[in-house]
Ligand binder design. Structure first.
Ligand SMILES: [Zn+2]
Length: 315
């Protein structure tokens, strides 16, 4: 199967509807072994002229888009694939306005496409993190984001949640990153995530936040007290903090307004790119396209969530 290596090659290659169809068939179904998304039967027949299959078992029809993030979308595959290329490879993220201009759709359509594409960037974590692992929490949005950590904690403890969302990150220094929007930064919440995501025997590096105290003795826990120093040999949380900078730069510079309810999608997007940062554009793109199945989400479901208050990120 031909694999475009650059955005320019991708645009040219996918502009041929047969090429983009075959490309997605091969990634969606391992080596193109098509099965019915309704009943999983292999007895299917393709109506080539319409690029539609008839299932000989359940008698239903399906297309390449059925049961994927492209479900019911009138947008042609070439536009979907180009938008996926852009999102999978834009280091600081890409706004729906930019996508709209690049592929020739309205901003509203691009926004919806981008949210669906982010579903394909959420790759299920398969194994626990090990070795040297950094864990850290941060706040997105509101005034709390820019406050000094000690002051911020005083303010937040004193007044409860105001215009900020807590995010937790766990990063394997030699490998993967996990991020999650969390309800609070209590020791119960943070330590539960650590136990769930990290294998016993790992060394966990954290700052001196109280919620990390009395961590499960299955881990070696090393603490860097930022009131004293930021690095002490291998004891630091610089890698995860670099990721927070990247995330916040992307959110501020590119997206400006992010709905609280959608924050996890932006996290998935940025985490995907970070996880695959050492790979090339083509490989990241293939990973995303391989993950399009069963991620169907309707427009009404997405827009219903936007009634929640918006996070206004400082410029
Ligand atoms: Zn079927």
């Amino acid at each position: 199967m031909k694999q475009p290596q650059t955005l320019k090659e991708a645009i040219e290659f996918f502009s041929n509807p047969d090429a983009s169809f075959e490309y997605v068939v091969n990634l969606r179904w391992n080596d193109g072994a098509v099965t019915c998304p309704h009943c999983h039967s292999e007895f299917v027949s393709l109506v080539k002229t319409r690029r539609i299959w008839n299932c000989l078992k359940c008698k239903k029809q399906f297309s390449i888009k059925t049961g994927t993030i492209f479900q019911d979308s009138p947008i042609a595959l070439d536009k979907w694939l180009c938008a996926m290329w852009l999102i999978a490879n834009a280091k600081n993220g890409i706004s729906s306005c930019e996508i709209a201009r690049a592929i020739g759709v309205t901003q509203k359509t691009a926004w919806f496409m981008a949210h669906r594409i982010r579903l394909a960037l959420n790759i299920e974590a398969s194994e626990q993190l090990a070795g040297e692992v950094e864990a850290d929490e941060t706040y997105i949005g509101g005034k709390a984001e820019n406050m000094h950590k000690a002051k911020r904690e005083r303010v937040i403890r004193g007044r409860g949640a105001v215009g900020k969302t807590a995010v937790f990150g766990i990063l394997e220094r030699k490998g993967k990153l996990r991020t999650k929007v969390i309800q609070d930064t209590s020791s119960e919440t943070l330590q539960r995530e650590i136990v769930k995501n990290v294998s016993a025997g790992a060394t966990i590096y954290t700052d001196a936040h109280r919620s990390y105290e009395n961590l499960d003795p299955a881990f070696v826990h090393e603490v860097i007290d930022h009131a004293v120093a930021y690095v002490n040999g291998r004891i630091h949380t610089n890698s995860i903090e670099n990721f927070w900078s990247l995330l916040k730069r992307g959110l501020r510079g590119t997206y400006i307004h992010v709905d609280v309810e959608h924050l996890f999608r932006y996290l998935d997007e940025q985490t995907f790119r970070y996880d695959h940062r050492k790979e090339n554009d083509a490989t990241r793109f293939v990973k995303a396209v391989s993950n399009i199945v069963d991620k169907n989400i309707t427009y009404s479901k997405l827009t219903r969530q936007t009634i929640y208050k918006q996070l206004h990120l400082p410029m």
